[in-house]
Design a protein around this ligand. Structure first.
Ligand SMILES: N[C@@H](CCC(=O)N[C@@H](CS)C(=O)NCC(=O)O)C(=O)O
Length: 231
């Protein structure tokens, strides 16, 4: 590989943001090196490349770091134009797409994390808010797919497809572990069908970690978060 094309991704296997960048690199057909980070003992390299947020993913291209998954994605899309494009040319469409990607990453992801790491009344409140946000997304899906969910294939997968599938990819393991329905086919039928179709894409299936690993990670996450919030 020529030096000017050296790409390295610092990530953590369970992170939806890392999975998003991985899928993008793979769809673009890019060669890259992957470095698994231990987020409990962050490496000096991670701290050097992302001193402000200290989070993964970090993409290092020719020695230059990029952080924040959606920013990384736009950079990849604009730099490697040869593969499929993830962002539309039209400025208004692009702005709308950015809005909905950010809505899923912030509003949906954050309330989902609260549901996964709380108990009792706090969990009920978080779940209510999470379902409200999913209903907002469901309304937008009606605009995106006015004729119902289209057949999605790997070659025409878009940015919002990738953001939705990576953010919600662990939902079955989460439902099983918590004994809670998170993606309800009756409450949000379009989201359920969209997600089901996306999870069937071969590239997505291959990228998903094993169910048991996700359940093990959830146990750990709940235990550590509940311990720190009750201290
Ligand atoms: N907005 C960031 C979120 C990244 C993020 O939250 N990464 C988590 C893993 S899922 C992380 O590195 N956490 C380490 C920490 O918070 O110390 C992005 O889109 O890249």
């Amino acid at each position: 590989m020529a030096e000017e094309n050296k790409v390295r991704l610092h990530g953590m296997w369970a992170s939806p943001f890392v999975m998003l960048v991985k899928l993008t690199l793979e769809i673009k057909g890019m060669q890259y090196e992957y470095v698994e980070e231990d987020l409990v003992n962050k490496s000096l390299v991670l701290l050097k490349y992302n001193p402000i947020h200290k989070k993964v993913p970090v993409l290092v291209v020719n020695g230059k770091p990029l952080v924040e998954s959606l920013i990384i994605l736009e950079h990849i899309d604009e730099t490697w134009k040869s593969g499929p494009r993830f962002l539309p040319e039209d400025p208004y469409e692009k702005a709308q797409l950015r809005f909905w990607c950010s809505f899923v990453h912030k509003q949906v992801f954050e309330t989902m994390m609260l549901v996964l790491t709380s108990d009792g009344e706090e969990q009920e409140k978080a779940a209510k808010e999470f379902f409200e946000r999913l209903s907002t997304l469901e309304e937008e899906i009606k605009n995106i797919f006015p004729e119902g969910i289209q057949v999605i294939d790997q070659k025409n997968v878009g940015l919002l497809d990738l953001v939705v599938v990576t953010t919600l990819s662990h939902y079955k393991a989460q439902e099983e572990y918590l004994g809670l329905k998170l993606i309800d086919p009756e409450m949000t039928p379009l989201l359920f069908s969209w997600l089901t179709a996306l999870l069937e894409l071969p590239l997505v299936k291959e990228a998903l970690p094993h169910h048991e690993m996700v359940v093990g990670f959830l146990k750990y996450l709940r235990r550590e978060t509940l311990k720190s919030t009750s201290a």
